[in-house]
Design a protein around this ligand. Structure first.
Ligand SMILES: Nc1ncnc2c1ncn2[C@@H]1O[C@H](COP(=O)(O)OP(=O)(O)OP(=O)(O)O)[C@@H](O)[C@H]1O
Length: 316
């Protein structure tokens, strides 16, 4: 649904994007994470061409945006909604007026606008707040208005620029739940940027880690978790301290209740000490990382047994 290829963008001597490729499939929630200055915002602004890349191409819903003139680009942008960290609402307009704004620009007749605004506010849980002004709303409610406005043109794609960074944890969760629901109910493809690993864990099917204007790692989260040495996995499941030499880190997806450690101890002549571990709900399933020390005569056989059961086994 979104194909970014060889994207480069420099501001003077600062290279913000240094050859970025990204592929977002239709109907998925895709998160781009990275530290401040990694190039995330520049990437997002290049996806809807608010910023013209120096080179590279951007395709959204089969249309190459990088080749379009201003007029066609404006039309194409209607299929791309965007939400912002600080909501970007018009303070002088009511909630309904904010949501109606893009419809007015598109020339949608008044009666249809009214109907559509009603539908959109219902969808984001703000029915009845039509006449309020932004200053009467909480941060989470303002973001709901932002989301309703972004959906006004029935976009195929929603871009989210740190949409929950200004919100408290409970409100963040409610906005993430709403995004996930819109993704499921409308089949909306969502590309979001964030610096919070929790957002990636919570709602994303796929993710990319950016650093220094490049993508370091990208793909479906369930696959990245099974990739040896994955930085994403280390960041999702931080384990205390450095891994001692000889220790074993197990990464697993699926049923966390499987008694694999006790099975290994029963079947092989080994002892296990647990050094650290974490289990998280990720991409709709459980996944975890466990660091253990194994001693005894049958350590290699025990590790093979765990590998054969689908665990990623990394020996330090
Ligand atoms: N309009 C601009 N003019 C000059 N330099 C810019 C501009 N926009 C971004 N940069 C620079 O490009 C690099 C990437 O910035 P970008 O905002 O894309 O990173 P980011 O990962 O989104 O960081 P943050 O989370 O802090 O917004 C940084 O070094 C930044 O200073």
């Amino acid at each position: 649904m979104i194909e970014v290829s060889g994207l480069r963008k420099a501001y003077g001597r600062t290279v913000a994007l240094d050859g970025v490729d990204l592929s977002v499939r239709e109907g998925e929630v895709y998160g781009v994470v990275g530290r401040s200055g990694a190039g995330k915002s520049t990437l997002l602004r290049c996806v809807n061409l608010l910023e013209r890349p120096d080179s590279g191409t951007v395709r959204v819903a089969g249309q190459e945006l990088t080749g379009l003139g201003d007029r066609d680009l404006n039309l194409a942008r209607r299929r791309i909604g965007m939400i912002h960290q600080h909501f970007a609402l018009l303070s002088s307009r009511t909630v309904a007026g904010n949501v109606a704004f893009p419809l007015e620009v598109m020339g949608v007749p008044r009666a249809e606008r009214r109907r559509r605004v009603g539908e959109l506010l219902e969808l984001v849980g703000l029915a009845g707040r039509e006449r309020d002004h932004p200053h009467q709303l909480s941060g989470g409610q303002k973001q709901r208005v932002g989301i309703a406005r972004a959906l006004a043109g029935r976009p195929a794609v929603l871009l989210s620029d740190e949409a929950t960074s200004a919100l408290d944890p409970t409100t963040t969760q409610s906005i993430l739940d709403l995004l996930r629901r819109l993704n499921a109910e409308l089949g909306l493809t969502i590309l979001l940027i964030t610096h919070e690993m929790d957002v990636i864990k919570n709602v994303c099917d796929s993710a990319a880690i950016m650093s220094g204007g490049r993508v370091e790692e990208a793909g479906p989260i369930a696959e990245l978790i099974r990739t040896p040495g994955s930085r994403l996995t280390r960041e999702i499941f931080p384990l205390p301290g450095a891994a001692p030499a000889g220790s074993v880190t197990l990464t697993f997806t699926g049923d966390p209740q499987r008694p694999l450690v006790s099975e290994v101890v029963r079947k092989f002549d080994v002892d296990v000490s647990i050094l650290g571990g974490a289990i998280e709900e990720i991409a709709g399933g459980a996944a975890g990382r466990l660091r253990i020390a194994l001693t005894g005569d049958e350590v290699p056989a025990a590790l093979d047994y765990l590998r054969a059961r689908g665990l990623l086994v990394e020996v330090s």
